[in-house]
Design a binder for this molecule. Structure first.
Ligand code: IPD
Length: 302
């Protein structure tokens, strides 16, 4: 019910703040040591994990288990270590303990915890917290999304501009893209060709020889969603996200009027658009395209 979701949100916000304190502590420790021994590689030399990714996920998992013993849990690090529960209709937390691990290692302050709740196979609640900037993004399906800057500030409804600024043309867009950690030639070629088409070469630009205003890479999928919801970015486009990268962001961006597209087959369809397709056997294996567009008016959709 609405009340249940509100109380899960309060719990998740609290948990995000506690986790944020551990993320900050970890960042200070990693920045002040010359040893790289806390950093390990997953699929390749740029797919990184630190002891803090695991510690934050353990903290989150334990807290959820205590408060909501019947909820399922899908987390990035549990998944990496082989704990891969199937998605069911039951309430399921879908968590990235540190989204932006590479930023975390480098001290680039775009790092967050992303806590999403799936119910009936759909993302219904999201909390994205960047402890470096003390920015808390929250959303509940059907109840809007919000940004709180600082623990004592009041929440601002997203998008921040009201009415939201229109995006009449892609040539006026600020677009987030990511290099990601999948650096296979096929992925990188597709990405870099898209980057070039969007932002480069006027003769082959997005339309009539125009180019997008520019491209940005925050290094965190969840924060790209949050920034689109806020209105600071117009579009986020990526190949290669996992469910925990996008679950909270989907709710926050859609509740701010954004459109999320690209058949992320992990989730059941959330609307009449293709959005996430139907859950298939690809569960947790399909890395698909994610496009988030902030749109004020569907006629601007391209
Ligand atoms: C990654 C980041 C990155 C995005 C990747 C994600 P991680 O998550 O969000 O920006 O390009 O697709 O997997 O590994 O930092 O949790």
């Amino acid at each position: 019910t609405e009340n249940d979701l509100q109380s899960i949100l309060s719990f998740s916000v609290e948990l995000a703040r506690t986790s944020g304190a551990l993320i900050l502590e970890g960042s200070a420790a990693i920045q002040s040591t010359s040893s790289q021994s806390d950093i390990s590689e997953k699929n390749n030399s740029v797919d990184l994990v630190t002891e803090y990714d695991v510690r934050v996920e353990d903290l989150v998992k334990k807290s959820i288990k205590e408060k909501y013993p019947l909820f399922n849990f899908i987390g990035e690090e549990s998944y990496s270590s082989g704990n891969r529960p199937p998605l069911t209709e039951e309430p399921t937390f879908c968590v990235d303990p540190i989204d932006g691990t590479t930023n975390f290692i480098h001290g680039f302050p775009f790092v967050c915890i992303s806590l999403g709740l799936i119910y009936d196979r759909r993302p219904v609640l999201g909390v994205i917290y960047n402890p470096f900037l003390d920015q808390m993004y929250t959303g509940i399906r059907g109840q809007g999304s919000f940004l709180q800057r600082g623990a004592t500030a009041s929440r601002q409804r997203l998008p921040l501009a009201s009415p939201p600024k229109p995006l009449p043309s892609l040539s006026q867009a600020l677009i987030a893209v990511e290099w990601g950690s999948d650096r296979r030639k096929v992925t990188i070629d597709t990405k870099s060709q898209s980057f070039s088409r969007l932002a480069g070469n006027p003769a082959q630009g997005v339309e009539d020889g125009k180019m997008a205003h520019s491209l940005r890479s925050l290094g965190s999928a969840a924060l790209n969603f949050a920034l689109v919801a806020q209105g600071g970015l117009d579009i986020y486009w990526e190949i290669g996200c996992w469910p925990w990268d996008v679950c909270a962001g989907i709710v926050i961006a859609e509740e701010a009027g954004g459109l999320v597209s690209g058949s992320h087959s992990f989730f059941a369809s959330t609307s009449e658009t293709e959005r996430f397709g139907v859950v298939t056997e690809e569960l947790l294996t399909g890395r698909k395209y994610i496009v988030v567009r902030a749109i004020a008016d569907t006629s601007t959709e391209r």
